[in-house]
Write a protein that binds this ligand. Structure first.
Ligand code: SF4
Ligand code: SF4
Length: 482
């Protein structure tokens, strides 16, 4: 037996060690002599009874494996399982690419006039989309149907949003499928009336973006006329609190990051504070600034015989980046190049991210651990994003690029879409990641970010250091809870 390449070890105060295997997701705290069994490998014949028991426990949890090939096969099986999973049919619908905001990181880049010309879904297209989704429900036969409305600002097209929510609810009911509906919105138009109207059709939650404290948010996310939006969004949250789940997202850059603790402090004092089910902040990633994996790097957070620790470059977060790559209207708070995520997998982080995660916890809000990020939707065959014209995309990060549409709800076949479909089917950026222990939870990172920042979907835009700090934080949290 030998140590799995997917082991992570974090030394804890005293004699303890946190062990995690990212493939099996086993997480245990052991004494250092038990952790040393991983380096010893071999078999258990020469061990005393107690050590033998520990050895077997390590083996049962995937920390000890027969060979590296066993690990690679396990990874391949796991990723194939993720790809073909029918647990859920997951569809993100962009009701419009229009937006009533002029966000700093979006508007300045490429969206100067898209409010006038951007696509808006018609009811006829919505009907065709619903028919296509119903067909997928029958074809995939999933256990649940997850529907997300996104944009642009999805609430700018309420007729389509209501139509799809209602029709797909009925379609789900007929198939005894739970419909789980979420809206990702800037929050300005999120009234009680909207929430009440959608609750009977499976509305589970809303995700709203706040980019710092009032002053900073109003600078980062003003209306097109320049007016601030913070107060109105907070008022809307106050009014809908208790009726559906509310998640807060936020995007920071160097100019805004310091204001987030003040935002957390503000949120903590609000009467709706305990209604916030998730609070999660992410850096704005400026395209063109990521660095690919150095060919020679052999990433390893922890020992496992891997020797020296390798630090890989994070995408820098800069206030003044190179020109933003056009997304043609897809909201950059939630797509690969912007970046936050509809999927919440785009945890493209840096040291500030770890700081904000700790701050978020310290203020008593639930937040993702930063380790369990993926594999994201782009790797799931039964996860789709649909643009306002009915074009299909592999994930929201590509919706602005019609040349990367992978199909259309009217089943039209054209060489470009077929080529894009094949390109996404063949994606395997993790092949460039060597024996990185994070592959099962990262899978080579965000493809949309790789495409936008490096010009190649199969070249990981690596954020290993962020994973490393997240697992250290997870270890200390586990130790605190045990
Ligand atoms: S490729 Fe990026 S934007 Fe697309 S689903 Fe994955 S993490 Fe999200
Ligand atoms: S992209 Fe992800 S899987 Fe690849 S080396 Fe970086 S952290 Fe590891």
């Amino acid at each position: 037996m030998q140590a799995s390449i997917f082991n992570l070890r974090v030394p804890l105060p005293g004699d303890d060690v946190f062990l995690m295997n990212t493939l099996t997701d086993a997480q245990i705290i052991v004494s250092s002599d038990v952790a040393a069994l991983l380096d010893r490998g071999g078999d258990d014949s020469a061990l005393d009874q107690e050590a033998r028991q520990a050895f077997r426990q390590l083996e049962e949890n995937g920390f000890l494996v027969p060979s590296r090939d066993h690990d690679r096969q396990g990874l391949n099986d796991y990723l194939a399982g993720v790809k073909s999973s029918r647990t859920e049919l997951n569809v993100t619908v962009l009701t419009t690419l229009q937006c009533n905001f002029a966000c700093d990181y979006c508007y300045q880049g490429d969206h100067g006039d898209y409010n006038k010309f951007a696509d808006k879904m018609s009811l006829e297209t919505a009907a065709r989309i619903a028919t296509w989704i119903e067909r997928e429900m029958d074809r995939v036969n999933p256990e649940k149907f997850v529907l997300t409305f996104f944009g642009g600002e999805p609430l700018l097209n309420l007729p389509v949003l209501y139509y799809l929510a209602e029709r797909l609810w009925q379609a789900s009911e007929r198939r005894r499928l739970p419909q789980m509906l979420t809206i990702i919105t800037n929050g300005l138009l999120l009234t009680e009336a909207v929430v009440e109207r959608l609750l009977p059709f499976g509305l589970r939650g809303v995700k709203i973006t706040l980019d710092g404290d009032k002053e900073t948010h109003d600078r980062m996310r003003p209306l097109r006329g320049g007016q601030g939006t913070f107060d109105r969004i907070i008022e809307n949250i106050r009014r809908i609190a208790g009726r559906c789940k509310i998640a807060i997202g936020g995007n920071f850059d160097e100019s805004s990051v310091e204001s987030f603790p003040a935002l957390l402090e503000f949120l903590r004092t609000q009467e709706f504070a305990d209604q916030l089910v998730k609070v999660n902040f992410k850096p704005v990633v400026r395209p063109g600034q990521a660095q690919p994996l150095p060919g020679a790097s052999r990433p390893s957070l922890a020992a496992d015989g891997a020797g020296a620790r390798t630090t890989l470059a994070l995408t820098p977060v800069a206030a003044d980046g190179s020109p933003l790559k056009p997304l043609n209207g897809t909201c950059m708070t939630s797509t690969g190049a912007g970046i936050g995520a509809t999927c919440d997998s785009c945890d493209f982080l840096d040291d500030k991210m770890a700081f904000l995660r700790d701050e978020t916890r310290r203020h008593g809000f639930p937040t993702p651990d930063g380790v369990h990020n993926g594999p994201c939707h782009v790797h799931h065959t039964h996860a789709h994003t649909i643009g306002p014209d009915g074009s299909l995309y592999a994930c929201p990060g590509f919706t602005g690029e019609k040349g990367l549409s992978t199909g259309h709800v009217d089943d039209r076949l054209d060489p470009l879409r077929q080529a894009a479909r094949q390109q996404f089917d063949r994606l395997s950026p993790w092949n460039a990641c060597g024996d990185c222990a994070f592959i099962p939870v990262c899978a080579g990172g965000c493809i949309a970010a790789s495409h936008a920042t490096l010009g190649d979907m199969n070249t990981p835009a690596c954020h290993k250091r962020a994973y490393e700090s997240a697992v250290i934080s997870l270890a200390h949290q586990s130790a605190g809870a045990s």
